[in-house]
Design a protein around this ligand. Structure first.
Ligand code: ARG
Length: 425
């Protein structure tokens, strides 16, 4: 009895799957912890969170929570990703990178509520998610100790893990395990491992569950009109809509038209190149629409400067720096650009492509008179002459003073290169 009272508590990020179930038992059996399980609902393809919560209790967790985080996820995480047009390596909408800091925040809150000094997650030592959990947790409470059972235990294969599970009363899945590692939430679905580890192998049709094959997509296009207010999507086809519903609806509509598939090799933070497939219909449609609205509503200099900020933002978030001074500062920049990003964007969904085909805004900087080549042209053509003279002045001076010498040097080095190649052959 006395011993039971002195048990340390650990808060475990629990998904209900085999890995985190083994983690739960392992923390009890090998480390002597009282385990508190936290399962977050971030819109993943899992409709029985009550069963997951109960499963943890059945395995001996002293407390278990299934927390609906969808509103918070959409309104406090995804909105910032939209403002920043957050795409890692210009493509990946960061779905896993956005959800881990939110899960971490809830785990730290539960740890505080229970006086737990430890937090645990079921990530391997090779991925980005471990970095995101741990960096987030340390940022929120540096005194918390982190345990990563999968990095520590000596279960080297799925078979060994299943053996250990059976021996310790962990329910093992009866269906054959999918060869893929999947992570999903409102913002999309990530698929890796299995045959995808060969970057030359075309993704098998069966990996896709949110998106239709473009070939079998409807023959008629469908149009979406997405309304934004200060950078936040707020209506769909004229109907006001919260972001959670909007993302869900666009995922279905754009998915039906085969939009939002990604197949890429990405640079993980731990130094590994990894082949990843994603299904991100809503993320792609919304970010593209937002970018299109910004082209109307941001002045040129801000728009150009923001491109660099966006890349930095995406990399920082990918690398687990959600709760960091850098990311906060980048958010402030993005936020200050969004005041007038209000308007509507028309998107055409057709056979695997989502294309922006129209945009309008009450704050549009697009000036028809300035842009038009027609009779209503108000642009001062005369002014262009002097403008070009001064704009081009540095280049004109350079060409006159250094042009011939620069040309000569360039030719010489080209010659040298060829000469070296010949002598090496
Ligand atoms: N490569 C993506 C990322 O690092 C997806 C990771 C998916 N996570 C997973 N446990 N399968 O954000």
């Amino acid at each position: 009895m006395a011993q039971a009272a002195t048990k340390e508590k650990v808060v475990l990020a629990y998904s209900g799957g085999l890995d985190t179930s083994v983690c739960l038992k392992w923390l009890q059996a090998e480390k002597g912890f009282d385990v508190i399980a936290v399962c977050g609902n971030v819109g993943q393809d899992e409709n029985d969170l009550a069963a997951i919560k109960q499963k943890a209790i059945d395995m001996g967790a002293v407390a278990s929570f299934a927390v609906d985080m969808r509103e918070e996820y959409a309104n406090e995480y995804v909105t910032l990703a939209i403002a920043a047009n957050g795409l890692y390596e210009n493509s990946y909408p960061l779905l896993s990178a956005l959800s881990r800091p939110l899960l971490s925040k809830h785990m730290v809150e539960v740890a505080h509520a229970f006086g737990a000094k430890y937090v645990a997650h079921g990530c391997t030592g090779k991925g980005n998610d471990q970095v995101r959990f741990e960096t987030s947790i340390k940022a929120l409470d540096p005194s918390i100790e982190i345990i990563a059972p999968v990095r520590e235990w000596n279960l080297h294969s799925r078979e060994e893990e299943m053996e250990w599970a059976k021996a310790h009363g962990v329910p093992v899945p009866t269906t054959k395990k999918s060869p893929y590692s999947i992570d999903d939430n409102l913002w999309g679905r990530a698929i890796e491992c299995g045959v995808l580890e060969d970057p030359w192998c075309e993704p098998p049709a069966g990996i896709w569950t949110l998106t239709a094959d473009a070939q079998s997509a409807p023959d008629q296009p469908e149009y979406l009109e997405i309304g934004f207010e200060s950078g936040v999507p707020c209506s769909l086809n004229g109907e006001e809509m919260g972001l959670v519903d909007m993302i869900k609806t666009i995922n279905v509509k754009a998915g039906l038209h085969g939009c939002g598939r990604l197949d890429m090799v990405e640079n993980r933070l731990v130094g590994v190149k990894s082949r990843e497939c994603y299904e991100v219909p809503a993320a792609q449609v919304i970010i593209n629409a937002h970018k299109a609205l910004e082209t109307l509503c941001l002045d040129r200099e801000t728009q150009h400067y923001k491109f660099g900020i966006e890349q930095k933002w995406a990399t920082a978030v990918y690398e687990g720096l959600w709760y960091s001074p850098l990311k906060e500062a980048l958010d402030s920049f993005c936020a200050s650009t969004q005041a007038c990003v209000t308007g509507t964007v028309k998107v055409k969904l057709y056979k695997g492509s989502s294309t922006v085909v129209g945009r309008k805004s009450p704050y549009s900087l697009y000036d028809f008179g300035l842009a038009s080549y027609g009779a209503q042209d108000t642009f001062d053509h005369e002014a262009a002459k002097g403008f070009i003279q001064l704009h081009g002045l540095p280049t004109t001076v350079w060409s006159a003073k250094q042009g011939p010498a620069a040309k000569e040097m360039a030719e010489q080095s080209a010659f040298e290169e060829k000469a070296n190649a010949v002598s090496a052959a």
